[in-house]
Design a protein around this ligand. Structure first.
Ligand code: HEM
Ligand code: NAG
Ligand code: NAG
Ligand code: NAG
Ligand code: NAG
Ligand code: NAG
Length: 343
Protein backbone atom coordinates (compact mmCIF):
# COMPACT_ATOMS: atom_id res chain seq x y z
CA UNK A 1 0.00 0.00 0.00
CA UNK A 2 2.76 2.40 0.99
CA UNK A 3 4.58 1.52 -2.20
CA UNK A 4 1.54 2.32 -4.32
CA UNK A 5 0.89 5.55 -2.45
CA UNK A 6 4.43 6.63 -2.77
CA UNK A 7 4.47 5.77 -6.45
CA UNK A 8 1.30 7.78 -7.06
CA UNK A 9 2.84 10.63 -5.14
CA UNK A 10 5.99 10.38 -7.18
CA UNK A 11 4.12 10.21 -10.48
CA UNK A 12 2.06 13.24 -9.54
CA UNK A 13 5.19 15.15 -8.60
CA UNK A 14 6.81 14.33 -11.93
CA UNK A 15 3.70 15.21 -13.91
CA UNK A 16 3.25 18.45 -11.99
CA UNK A 17 6.82 19.37 -12.58
CA UNK A 18 6.49 18.80 -16.29
CA UNK A 19 3.05 20.33 -16.76
CA UNK A 20 2.89 23.00 -14.15
CA UNK A 21 6.45 24.00 -13.51
CA UNK A 22 6.64 27.72 -13.56
CA UNK A 23 8.08 29.01 -16.81
CA UNK A 24 11.36 30.78 -16.54
CA UNK A 25 9.88 33.93 -15.08
CA UNK A 26 8.49 33.36 -11.60
CA UNK A 27 4.71 33.54 -11.34
CA UNK A 28 3.16 36.17 -9.11
CA UNK A 29 2.61 33.56 -6.41
CA UNK A 30 6.34 33.37 -5.96
CA UNK A 31 7.14 37.03 -6.24
CA UNK A 32 6.48 37.62 -2.58
CA UNK A 33 9.25 35.14 -1.78
CA UNK A 34 11.91 37.02 -3.66
CA UNK A 35 13.73 39.23 -1.25
CA UNK A 36 14.75 42.61 -2.48
CA UNK A 37 18.21 42.75 -0.90
CA UNK A 38 20.22 42.02 -4.05
CA UNK A 39 17.75 43.12 -6.71
CA UNK A 40 19.82 46.14 -7.57
CA UNK A 41 22.62 43.84 -8.73
CA UNK A 42 22.30 43.58 -12.54
CA UNK A 43 24.50 40.47 -12.52
CA UNK A 44 22.24 38.52 -10.15
CA UNK A 45 18.69 38.49 -11.44
CA UNK A 46 15.63 36.39 -12.20
CA UNK A 47 16.46 34.33 -15.25
CA UNK A 48 19.89 35.84 -15.79
CA UNK A 49 20.41 33.53 -18.79
CA UNK A 50 17.21 34.64 -20.58
CA UNK A 51 19.07 36.10 -23.54
CA UNK A 52 22.41 34.31 -23.51
CA UNK A 53 21.12 30.79 -22.87
CA UNK A 54 17.33 30.59 -22.79
CA UNK A 55 17.49 26.78 -22.64
CA UNK A 56 19.47 26.74 -19.39
CA UNK A 57 16.75 26.28 -16.79
CA UNK A 58 14.65 23.90 -18.89
CA UNK A 59 17.69 21.76 -19.68
CA UNK A 60 18.49 21.52 -15.98
CA UNK A 61 14.90 20.63 -15.16
CA UNK A 62 14.51 17.98 -17.84
CA UNK A 63 17.85 16.36 -17.06
CA UNK A 64 17.11 16.16 -13.34
CA UNK A 65 13.68 14.67 -14.05
CA UNK A 66 15.14 12.16 -16.49
CA UNK A 67 17.85 11.02 -14.05
CA UNK A 68 15.47 11.04 -11.08
CA UNK A 69 13.08 8.68 -12.83
CA UNK A 70 15.97 6.21 -13.19
CA UNK A 71 17.39 6.76 -9.71
CA UNK A 72 15.52 8.65 -7.03
CA UNK A 73 18.57 8.84 -4.76
CA UNK A 74 19.95 11.66 -6.87
CA UNK A 75 17.46 14.03 -5.23
CA UNK A 76 18.77 13.83 -1.65
CA UNK A 77 22.32 13.70 -3.00
CA UNK A 78 21.88 17.05 -4.81
CA UNK A 79 20.08 18.67 -1.88
CA UNK A 80 22.95 17.74 0.41
CA UNK A 81 25.48 18.90 -2.15
CA UNK A 82 24.00 22.41 -2.34
CA UNK A 83 24.17 22.70 1.44
CA UNK A 84 27.84 21.70 1.44
CA UNK A 85 28.60 24.11 -1.40
CA UNK A 86 26.77 27.17 -0.08
CA UNK A 87 27.80 26.72 3.56
CA UNK A 88 31.50 26.88 2.69
CA UNK A 89 32.56 30.24 1.26
CA UNK A 90 29.19 30.66 -0.45
CA UNK A 91 27.41 29.12 -3.44
CA UNK A 92 30.39 29.14 -5.77
CA UNK A 93 30.64 25.57 -6.97
CA UNK A 94 33.76 25.09 -4.85
CA UNK A 95 32.53 21.75 -3.55
CA UNK A 96 32.55 20.39 -7.10
CA UNK A 97 36.28 20.81 -7.65
CA UNK A 98 38.63 17.84 -7.68
CA UNK A 99 41.84 18.11 -5.72
CA UNK A 100 44.78 19.38 -7.71
CA UNK A 101 47.42 19.19 -5.04
CA UNK A 102 46.51 17.73 -1.68
CA UNK A 103 42.87 17.69 -0.75
CA UNK A 104 39.70 19.34 -2.01
CA UNK A 105 36.51 20.10 -0.10
CA UNK A 106 34.94 16.94 -1.45
CA UNK A 107 37.71 14.82 0.06
CA UNK A 108 37.07 16.23 3.53
CA UNK A 109 33.41 16.32 4.15
CA UNK A 110 32.83 13.83 5.94
CA UNK A 111 34.96 11.13 4.38
CA UNK A 112 33.98 11.38 0.77
CA UNK A 113 30.32 10.57 1.30
CA UNK A 114 28.99 13.38 -0.88
CA UNK A 115 27.31 12.24 -4.09
CA UNK A 116 25.72 13.72 -7.19
CA UNK A 117 28.86 15.14 -8.83
CA UNK A 118 28.20 13.04 -11.93
CA UNK A 119 24.70 14.47 -12.22
CA UNK A 120 26.04 18.02 -12.20
CA UNK A 121 28.66 17.11 -14.83
CA UNK A 122 26.01 15.55 -17.04
CA UNK A 123 23.83 18.64 -16.89
CA UNK A 124 26.85 20.83 -17.47
CA UNK A 125 27.95 18.98 -20.58
CA UNK A 126 24.43 19.16 -22.04
CA UNK A 127 24.30 22.89 -21.43
CA UNK A 128 27.81 23.40 -22.80
CA UNK A 129 26.71 21.78 -26.04
CA UNK A 130 23.97 24.41 -26.52
CA UNK A 131 25.64 27.48 -25.04
CA UNK A 132 29.28 27.02 -24.14
CA UNK A 133 30.89 28.96 -21.28
CA UNK A 134 27.74 30.84 -20.28
CA UNK A 135 26.09 28.95 -17.42
CA UNK A 136 28.01 28.49 -14.18
CA UNK A 137 28.32 25.25 -12.25
CA UNK A 138 27.17 27.04 -9.11
CA UNK A 139 23.89 28.05 -10.80
CA UNK A 140 23.45 24.54 -12.16
CA UNK A 141 23.85 23.15 -8.64
CA UNK A 142 21.33 25.45 -6.92
CA UNK A 143 18.81 24.96 -9.75
CA UNK A 144 19.26 21.18 -9.82
CA UNK A 145 18.80 21.06 -6.04
CA UNK A 146 15.62 23.10 -6.37
CA UNK A 147 14.24 20.59 -8.89
CA UNK A 148 15.22 17.81 -6.47
CA UNK A 149 13.34 19.40 -3.60
CA UNK A 150 10.25 19.71 -5.78
CA UNK A 151 10.48 16.14 -7.11
CA UNK A 152 10.79 14.91 -3.52
CA UNK A 153 7.48 16.49 -2.61
CA UNK A 154 8.88 19.77 -1.27
CA UNK A 155 8.08 23.28 -2.42
CA UNK A 156 9.14 24.98 -5.64
CA UNK A 157 10.92 28.27 -4.99
CA UNK A 158 12.21 31.03 -7.26
CA UNK A 159 15.95 31.52 -7.60
CA UNK A 160 17.93 34.34 -9.05
CA UNK A 161 20.84 33.38 -11.28
CA UNK A 162 24.16 34.85 -12.32
CA UNK A 163 26.41 33.07 -9.81
CA UNK A 164 29.97 32.54 -10.94
CA UNK A 165 32.35 29.73 -10.03
CA UNK A 166 35.19 29.91 -7.53
CA UNK A 167 38.83 29.69 -8.51
CA UNK A 168 39.67 27.42 -5.61
CA UNK A 169 38.44 24.81 -3.17
CA UNK A 170 38.36 25.39 0.60
CA UNK A 171 39.06 22.04 2.25
CA UNK A 172 40.13 23.46 5.59
CA UNK A 173 37.01 25.59 6.05
CA UNK A 174 34.88 22.61 5.07
CA UNK A 175 36.46 20.46 7.73
CA UNK A 176 35.83 23.09 10.39
CA UNK A 177 32.48 24.51 9.37
CA UNK A 178 30.33 21.66 8.11
CA UNK A 179 28.45 20.54 11.22
CA UNK A 180 29.16 16.99 12.40
CA UNK A 181 26.26 14.73 13.32
CA UNK A 182 27.76 14.46 16.81
CA UNK A 183 28.05 18.23 17.33
CA UNK A 184 26.28 19.46 20.45
CA UNK A 185 23.13 21.46 19.69
CA UNK A 186 24.59 24.85 20.54
CA UNK A 187 27.64 24.23 18.44
CA UNK A 188 25.78 23.46 15.22
CA UNK A 189 23.20 26.19 15.88
CA UNK A 190 26.11 28.59 16.11
CA UNK A 191 27.43 27.48 12.71
CA UNK A 192 24.06 28.36 11.22
CA UNK A 193 23.68 31.63 13.09
CA UNK A 194 27.09 32.75 11.87
CA UNK A 195 25.56 32.48 8.40
CA UNK A 196 22.61 34.51 9.54
CA UNK A 197 20.10 31.66 9.88
CA UNK A 198 17.63 32.09 12.72
CA UNK A 199 16.70 29.20 15.02
CA UNK A 200 13.49 28.60 13.08
CA UNK A 201 15.27 28.68 9.74
CA UNK A 202 17.88 26.22 10.97
CA UNK A 203 15.30 23.77 12.26
CA UNK A 204 13.37 24.16 9.01
CA UNK A 205 16.41 23.47 6.80
CA UNK A 206 17.01 20.21 8.63
CA UNK A 207 13.69 19.11 7.14
CA UNK A 208 15.92 18.31 4.15
CA UNK A 209 16.69 15.14 6.11
CA UNK A 210 13.22 13.89 5.07
CA UNK A 211 14.88 11.72 2.47
CA UNK A 212 18.17 10.02 1.86
CA UNK A 213 20.42 7.71 3.76
CA UNK A 214 23.15 7.70 6.35
CA UNK A 215 26.14 5.39 6.74
CA UNK A 216 26.00 3.34 9.95
CA UNK A 217 29.38 4.70 11.03
CA UNK A 218 27.84 8.15 11.58
CA UNK A 219 25.22 6.84 13.97
CA UNK A 220 26.43 3.57 15.46
CA UNK A 221 27.71 5.19 18.66
CA UNK A 222 24.26 6.54 19.31
CA UNK A 223 22.95 2.97 19.39
CA UNK A 224 25.62 1.40 21.56
CA UNK A 225 28.02 3.90 23.12
CA UNK A 226 26.34 7.27 23.35
CA UNK A 227 28.68 10.08 24.30
CA UNK A 228 31.14 7.61 25.82
CA UNK A 229 28.63 6.11 28.25
CA UNK A 230 28.81 2.56 26.87
CA UNK A 231 25.00 2.67 26.58
CA UNK A 232 22.59 3.76 23.85
CA UNK A 233 21.19 7.26 23.72
CA UNK A 234 18.43 6.98 26.34
CA UNK A 235 16.02 9.05 24.25
CA UNK A 236 15.79 6.57 21.35
CA UNK A 237 12.52 4.75 20.90
CA UNK A 238 13.25 1.13 21.97
CA UNK A 239 12.01 -0.94 19.09
CA UNK A 240 13.60 1.40 16.58
CA UNK A 241 16.85 1.22 18.56
CA UNK A 242 16.83 -2.57 18.46
CA UNK A 243 16.16 -2.74 14.75
CA UNK A 244 18.71 -0.15 13.72
CA UNK A 245 21.42 -1.43 16.02
CA UNK A 246 20.96 -4.94 14.70
CA UNK A 247 21.25 -3.73 11.14
CA UNK A 248 24.43 -1.75 11.78
CA UNK A 249 26.05 -4.51 13.84
CA UNK A 250 25.41 -7.00 11.08
CA UNK A 251 27.07 -4.73 8.53
CA UNK A 252 28.84 -1.57 9.73
CA UNK A 253 29.10 -0.34 6.14
CA UNK A 254 25.32 -0.47 5.68
CA UNK A 255 23.06 2.52 5.24
CA UNK A 256 20.06 3.45 7.33
CA UNK A 257 17.17 5.49 5.97
CA UNK A 258 17.73 9.03 7.07
CA UNK A 259 14.04 9.62 6.99
CA UNK A 260 12.57 9.23 10.44
CA UNK A 261 10.13 6.41 10.84
CA UNK A 262 7.67 7.96 13.23
CA UNK A 263 5.15 9.19 10.73
CA UNK A 264 3.29 7.05 8.26
CA UNK A 265 2.96 9.55 5.44
CA UNK A 266 5.52 9.58 2.69
CA UNK A 267 6.61 13.03 1.64
CA UNK A 268 8.81 15.92 2.43
CA UNK A 269 8.95 17.87 5.65
CA UNK A 270 6.19 17.35 8.15
CA UNK A 271 6.73 13.61 8.64
CA UNK A 272 10.39 14.22 9.45
CA UNK A 273 9.44 16.55 12.29
CA UNK A 274 6.73 14.18 13.53
CA UNK A 275 9.45 11.53 13.69
CA UNK A 276 11.60 13.75 15.92
CA UNK A 277 8.68 14.41 18.27
CA UNK A 278 8.36 10.61 18.66
CA UNK A 279 12.12 10.09 19.23
CA UNK A 280 12.69 8.41 15.88
CA UNK A 281 15.49 10.81 14.91
CA UNK A 282 18.26 8.99 13.07
CA UNK A 283 21.12 11.48 13.26
CA UNK A 284 22.09 12.42 16.81
CA UNK A 285 22.12 16.09 15.77
CA UNK A 286 18.57 15.83 14.43
CA UNK A 287 17.22 14.31 17.62
CA UNK A 288 19.02 16.94 19.68
CA UNK A 289 16.58 19.51 18.33
CA UNK A 290 14.12 18.05 20.86
CA UNK A 291 16.49 18.53 23.80
CA UNK A 292 15.95 22.25 24.09
CA UNK A 293 12.63 24.05 24.14
CA UNK A 294 13.95 26.80 21.87
CA UNK A 295 14.31 24.32 18.98
CA UNK A 296 11.67 21.76 20.07
CA UNK A 297 8.94 24.38 19.74
CA UNK A 298 9.91 24.85 16.08
CA UNK A 299 9.98 21.09 15.53
CA UNK A 300 6.43 20.82 16.87
CA UNK A 301 5.30 23.76 14.75
CA UNK A 302 6.62 22.16 11.54
CA UNK A 303 5.32 18.73 12.59
CA UNK A 304 1.80 20.07 12.70
CA UNK A 305 1.73 22.61 9.89
CA UNK A 306 2.72 21.53 6.40
CA UNK A 307 1.91 24.95 4.94
CA UNK A 308 4.17 26.73 7.43
CA UNK A 309 6.97 24.27 6.67
CA UNK A 310 6.68 24.60 2.89
CA UNK A 311 6.68 28.36 3.07
CA UNK A 312 9.57 28.65 5.53
CA UNK A 313 11.58 25.97 3.73
CA UNK A 314 11.29 27.91 0.46
CA UNK A 315 12.60 31.04 2.12
CA UNK A 316 15.40 29.19 3.88
CA UNK A 317 16.51 27.46 0.66
CA UNK A 318 16.51 30.77 -1.19
CA UNK A 319 18.64 32.22 1.58
CA UNK A 320 20.98 29.23 1.54
CA UNK A 321 21.27 29.49 -2.25
CA UNK A 322 22.29 33.14 -2.04
CA UNK A 323 25.07 32.90 0.54
CA UNK A 324 28.27 34.60 -0.62
CA UNK A 325 27.53 34.47 -4.35
CA UNK A 326 30.19 35.63 -6.79
CA UNK A 327 28.60 37.83 -9.45
CA UNK A 328 29.70 40.17 -12.19
CA UNK A 329 32.47 39.83 -14.76
CA UNK A 330 35.23 40.67 -12.25
CA UNK A 331 34.67 37.72 -9.93
CA UNK A 332 35.26 34.03 -10.40
CA UNK A 333 34.73 32.39 -13.77
CA UNK A 334 32.35 30.19 -15.73
CA UNK A 335 33.98 26.78 -15.54
CA UNK A 336 33.75 24.60 -18.59
CA UNK A 337 34.00 21.43 -16.49
CA UNK A 338 32.61 21.58 -12.97
CA UNK A 339 35.35 19.49 -11.36
CA UNK A 340 38.25 21.69 -12.52
CA UNK A 341 39.01 25.38 -12.84
CA UNK A 342 39.61 26.58 -16.40
CA UNK A 343 43.14 26.23 -17.70
C1 HEM B 1 23.45 20.18 11.75
C2 HEM B 1 23.46 20.15 10.44
C3 HEM B 1 23.65 18.91 9.62
C4 HEM B 1 24.32 17.75 9.92
C5 HEM B 1 25.09 17.41 11.18
C6 HEM B 1 24.15 16.86 8.80
C7 HEM B 1 24.69 15.60 8.71
C8 HEM B 1 24.41 14.68 7.73
C9 HEM B 1 24.94 13.34 7.67
C10 HEM B 1 25.92 12.73 8.65
C11 HEM B 1 24.40 12.73 6.59
C12 HEM B 1 24.65 11.30 6.11
C13 HEM B 1 25.80 11.27 5.13
C14 HEM B 1 26.22 9.87 4.78
O1 HEM B 1 26.12 8.95 5.56
O2 HEM B 1 26.71 9.70 3.65
C15 HEM B 1 23.53 13.69 5.96
C16 HEM B 1 22.80 13.45 4.84
C17 HEM B 1 22.03 14.40 4.21
N1 HEM B 1 21.96 15.74 4.52
FE1 HEM B 1 22.61 16.60 6.19
N2 HEM B 1 23.38 17.48 7.85
C18 HEM B 1 23.06 18.72 8.31
C19 HEM B 1 22.34 19.69 7.64
C20 HEM B 1 21.79 19.54 6.39
C21 HEM B 1 21.16 20.58 5.61
C22 HEM B 1 21.00 22.04 6.07
C23 HEM B 1 20.76 20.02 4.45
C24 HEM B 1 20.08 20.65 3.26
C25 HEM B 1 19.41 21.77 3.27
C26 HEM B 1 21.12 18.61 4.50
C27 HEM B 1 20.80 17.67 3.55
C28 HEM B 1 21.11 16.33 3.64
C29 HEM B 1 20.57 15.33 2.73
C30 HEM B 1 19.54 15.58 1.64
C31 HEM B 1 21.16 14.11 3.08
C32 HEM B 1 20.96 12.75 2.42
C33 HEM B 1 22.03 12.56 1.37
C34 HEM B 1 21.87 11.30 0.54
O3 HEM B 1 21.09 10.41 0.86
O4 HEM B 1 22.57 11.22 -0.49
N3 HEM B 1 21.76 18.36 5.68
N4 HEM B 1 23.56 14.87 6.67
C1 NAG C 1 36.91 9.51 8.66
O1 NAG C 1 38.26 9.14 8.45
C2 NAG C 1 39.06 9.25 9.61
C3 NAG C 1 40.50 8.94 9.22
O2 NAG C 1 40.58 8.00 8.23
C4 NAG C 1 38.54 8.26 10.67
O3 NAG C 1 39.33 8.38 11.84
C5 NAG C 1 37.10 8.65 11.00
O4 NAG C 1 36.54 7.74 11.91
C6 NAG C 1 36.25 8.66 9.74
N1 NAG C 1 34.94 9.18 10.07
C7 NAG C 1 33.84 8.64 9.61
C8 NAG C 1 32.59 9.31 10.07
O5 NAG C 1 33.81 7.69 8.87
C1 NAG D 1 20.27 38.39 7.93
O1 NAG D 1 18.90 37.99 7.85
C2 NAG D 1 17.99 39.03 8.01
C3 NAG D 1 16.59 38.45 8.08
O2 NAG D 1 16.45 37.29 7.32
C4 NAG D 1 18.18 40.04 6.88
O3 NAG D 1 17.27 41.11 7.05
C5 NAG D 1 19.60 40.57 6.91
O4 NAG D 1 19.83 41.42 5.82
C6 NAG D 1 20.59 39.41 6.86
N1 NAG D 1 21.96 39.90 7.04
C7 NAG D 1 22.98 39.46 6.33
C8 NAG D 1 24.32 39.99 6.68
O5 NAG D 1 22.86 38.64 5.43
C1 NAG E 1 28.44 14.23 26.82
O1 NAG E 1 29.31 14.13 27.92
C2 NAG E 1 29.87 15.33 28.34
C3 NAG E 1 30.86 15.07 29.47
O2 NAG E 1 31.00 13.72 29.74
C4 NAG E 1 28.77 16.28 28.79
O3 NAG E 1 29.34 17.52 29.19
C5 NAG E 1 27.83 16.51 27.64
O4 NAG E 1 26.75 17.32 28.03
C6 NAG E 1 27.28 15.19 27.14
N1 NAG E 1 26.49 15.43 25.94
C7 NAG E 1 25.26 14.96 25.78
C8 NAG E 1 24.58 15.31 24.50
O5 NAG E 1 24.68 14.30 26.62
C1 NAG F 1 15.04 -4.43 22.65
O1 NAG F 1 16.07 -5.37 22.89
C2 NAG F 1 16.24 -5.71 24.28
C3 NAG F 1 17.40 -6.69 24.42
O2 NAG F 1 18.44 -6.37 23.57
C4 NAG F 1 14.98 -6.33 24.82
O3 NAG F 1 15.14 -6.58 26.22
C5 NAG F 1 13.82 -5.35 24.61
O4 NAG F 1 12.61 -5.99 25.01
C6 NAG F 1 13.71 -4.94 23.16
N1 NAG F 1 12.68 -3.92 23.07
C7 NAG F 1 11.77 -3.85 22.10
C8 NAG F 1 10.75 -2.77 22.18
O5 NAG F 1 11.80 -4.61 21.13
C1 NAG G 1 37.32 14.56 -11.12
O1 NAG G 1 37.20 13.31 -10.45
C2 NAG G 1 36.23 12.43 -10.99
C3 NAG G 1 36.15 11.20 -10.08
O2 NAG G 1 37.38 10.70 -9.81
C4 NAG G 1 36.59 12.08 -12.43
O3 NAG G 1 35.60 11.25 -12.98
C5 NAG G 1 36.70 13.37 -13.24
O4 NAG G 1 37.11 13.09 -14.56
C6 NAG G 1 37.68 14.33 -12.57
N1 NAG G 1 37.67 15.60 -13.29
C7 NAG G 1 38.75 16.08 -13.94
C8 NAG G 1 38.59 17.40 -14.61
O5 NAG G 1 39.81 15.49 -13.95
Amino acid sequence: MMKILSFVFFAVAVILSIVASPSSSPSSMFNSLVTSSASDNPFFTDDFYRDACPEAETTIRSTVIELFIKDRTIAPALIRLVFHDCFIEGCDGSVLLNATNGEAEKDQIPNQSLKGFDVIEQIKSRIESVCPSIVSCSDILVLAARESVYLSGGPFYPLRTGRRDSLSSFPKTALEDIPAPTDPLDSFLEKFSRRNFSLGETVCLLGAHSNGEVHCNFIKDRFSNFNGTGLPDPTIEQEFLNRTRAKCELDPTAFVDLRNEGAEQPGFGTHYFQGLVQNFGVLPSDQELMNSEKTASWVRAYASNQFLFMNDFSRAMIKLSEIGVLTGPQSGEIRSTCSAINQ
